[in-house]
Design a protein around this ligand. Structure first.
Ligand SMILES: *Cc1c(COP(=O)(O)O)cnc(C)c1O
Length: 355
């Protein structure tokens, strides 16, 4: 893959849109920074990397991604502290996962060093767009689409890789209510559940809408075969504290291998909690709730970081889950991760890329 950052062509906006932003009421994913990165794949190589003003794409209606969904993405965040230092959290993991997703969808990969360099170049240029308020950050969306002008099922020969960024506020402002889904399926063995592939999210919309009509903000998906085992929430992994144990379903080809989840489990172990990554049945969690052994439940993902759960619904019954206390593990780990990302605590795991 003969591409290097030295060839990166940068065209800056003539006038920044930054003064139009309402920084106090920052919605998630609706405000876009000045620039974007674009790179094309053709003749089996990546070419023409460029940073340019954020603008619309022009595509033929026959563009293959529009019909068959050959597309993958990543989600990561940049943080800026009071000293003006910018940091990325475990960016190499995002670069690697992007390539795993790409392989599953029969798409070309991007060298991880190049991926990270492009993220850095783009974020550096738009560094003033990184909010500094607590809990706010710059969400980074790298993605790739199949661009062959061809209506037929085959892997595209051409692709477009892009990155754009959004200054974002908090994803959830309070603990969430979730429903354990036992009818619909997000991912089955042998499928694409472990990939951040567009179609996975499209197919989860309808069951999520049904749950939203009943008052639940998220689903907890169960295994496709028996609907007995807990998988994840579809944009977040799920973690439980039962007694002194922090437990989470083991990652597999039906569960996205979340970086937040992985980090939380590592921290928990370091803090002296017993941790387990294994199959977790719904019955086990419901029993733990009934026996008052479930200390808490929360989602873990880049967008929300940590999303405490206040209600778990199963077979029509709403179970109340302890939440909102500062001495809960999730509150402590959220605080630690926030400080970690801003460089307020030592980077003991070597997770931070500062620039
Ligand atoms: C992105 C994502 C997550 C969370 O992963 P992070 O790396 O922590 O952001 C969890 N589940 C699904 C389905 C996802 O797409």
């Amino acid at each position: 893959m003969a591409t290097s950052t030295t060839q990166l062509e940068i065209t800056k906006v003539s006038k920044s849109r930054i003064n139009e932003v309402d920084w106090v009421n920052l919605p998630f994913g609706k405000v876009f920074s000045d620039h974007m990165l674009v790179m094309d794949y053709e003749n089996e190589t990546w070419a023409k990397p460029a940073i340019k003003p954020f603008e619309n794409l022009s595509l033929t209606p026959a563009t293959s991604v529009l019909h068959y969904g050959q597309t993958v993405f990543e989600g990561m965040k940049a943080y800026r502290n009071k000293e003006g230092e910018v940091s990325l959290f475990r960016a190499i993991e995002n670069a690697k996962r992007f390539n795993q997703s790409a392989k599953r969808m029969c798409m070309p990969t991007i060298p991880t060093a190049l991926f990270i360099n492009y993220v850095k170049e783009l974020v550096s240029l738009d560094r003033n767009w990184i909010p500094t308020e607590e809990g706010h950050s710059l969400y980074i969306r790298p993605f790739m689409i199949a661009t062959d002008p061809y209506v037929g099922i085959r892997p595209s020969a051409t692709y477009k890789f892009m990155i754009f960024t959004c200054p974002v506020g908090k994803y959830y402002s309070e603990p969430v209510s979730v429903k354990i889904e036992t009818e619909y399926t997000r991912a089955a063995q042998g499928g694409t559940g472990y990939a951040k592939a567009g179609g996975n999210y499209a197919s989860s919309l309808y069951p999520a809408k049904l749950a939203a009509e009943q008052g639940y903000q998220q689903l907890i998906w169960t295994d496709a075969k028996e609907h007995k085992y807990i998988e994840e929430a579809g944009t977040m992994n799920v973690i439980f504290q039962v007694g002194n144990k922090i437990i989470t379903p083991k990652s597999s080809d039906t569960i996205l291998d979340g970086i937040t989840r992985k980090s939380v489990m590592e921290i928990a172990k370091d803090w002296g909690y017993e941790t387990e990554e294994r199959q977790i049945s719904v019955a086990e969690i419901i029993t733990a709730i009934k026996n008052n052994e479930l200390k808490e439940a929360f989602g873990a993902g880049t967008a929300a970081t940590i999303a405490p759960i206040k209600i778990i619904s199963f077979e029509g019954v709403d179970y109340k889950i302890p939440n909102g206390k500062n001495d809960l593990f999730s509150a402590k780990v959220l605080n630690y991760l926030n400080e970690y990302k801003l460089g307020k605590v030592e980077d003991k795991y070597n997770w931070i890329l500062k620039f």
